[in-house]
Unconditional design. Sequence first.
Length: 488
Amino acid sequence: MIGFRQGKPEMRKQRRVRRSTILLVALVLPLFGAKSASGQDEVNLSVQARVSPRIPIAFKPLIPRDGTAFAAAVQDTINQVLMRDLSFSGVFAVRDLSIPARVGADDGSPVLTDSAGDTAYVFLDAAGEVDLELLRKLSVQVMVSGTYEISGSRVEISVRLTDVGTRRTILEKGYAAFDLTLRRIVHLMADDIVFQLTGDRGIAQTRVVFVSRRSGAPELYISDYDGFNVRQLTRDGARKYSPNWSPDGTRIAYTSYRDGPHELYLLDLQSGETSKVSFRGRTVLSPRWSPDGRHLILGLVTEGFSKLYISTLDGSRLIPLATGYGINISPSWSPRGDQVVYMSDRLTQKHLYVINVDGSDDRRITFEGGYNGSPAWSPRGDRIAFVGGDLAPGRRGGSQRVFNIYTCDVNGSNLVKLTGVRGPEGDNVNPTWSPDGLHILFGSDRVRKGAYQIYRMYWNGGDVHPVITEGNNRQASWGPRPVSLETD
């Protein structure tokens, strides 16, 4: 039985409320880009260039089958979404075979220069056939091609994977979609291609939940992983923080001021119903689902400090985890569920700690700089992304805190700075990993100070793309892969 310490005098209660308020301000401001001067040394870390090899594939745009009507909107959606999904997967180096022929090369060969300044070859002849021998010489391993047919509101799509070296068909698979499901089915196609060629499931069908003020009040929204199909989830007008997906993708945990300060809520995405989990009026911070979906780890403000507990989903049982002195917040589970990384200021400065779920071996893993927070453990288990506070010269003298995304090994070694490498890029906060551990979503106000948008980058800091740009968007959480459904 877990006991709760009761404050006896009224003065103790008032002091606790004041300290809790100060705590919340201290916790929220760094996440939203507040600046502070400090005498701490700036974190200067070298960037390690580790680039995973990508599989060279070719993409031939899908075309209508013989006898079917040409539909520009349908064809553009299929090809643009599939090409983007394959490129953004992070596992392919994609050659686009749709480049039109153009004369002008010095040696008479059909080449031109693409937008990146690289040499791009014209692979299609006048009949639209692909020069597979040229692809082979360019080390392309697989070609993606296919056809589609429209029958009323139904679109039937066939995708083919061809081994460039042997000219044999690796896979030929059919899909059926309707107008409203076309993008979703194309995402499924992309994930199937990733699985066929790598053995790992893709991420094109995943979704993102985030907090946005696009409707005025901070509400929860959901979108596809690429920022399309944005949908509003909540409409109560109360402040909301720290949305986090359940491992099965059916529920979202978050905290809100709807009925009181920072209480815990669970949103069921299938029914649309929201339930509140009571913790006797105590402030709840940063709820995170366990990998098995049976528990939540969260911060509870007790005696003016945030302490970490593992809780049942209904809040009926609490297991203390990190309950020592100081602010203990922003937990993130290891993929196996046996450890937790979190931020603590027990030694004045904010640093990352890792603890076993039984409370043993509580150890500090970051030592550089004066602020390290918002840790996120990679699904691959090998890296932890977090926000580091770098010091930069202030506009009126002194210094100001600038937040950037870093990663490190699970023991704190091998620090890599991912944002702000070539100079200031605003504040970069709240990293969240893709389910395959190859990508990171994060919030940044690099375009306009204080106006946060959500960006995606590769795990090593490359290939940065804006994802959610309308309104002020923060605290994204990348959802899990959906349950795999076989498509005939």
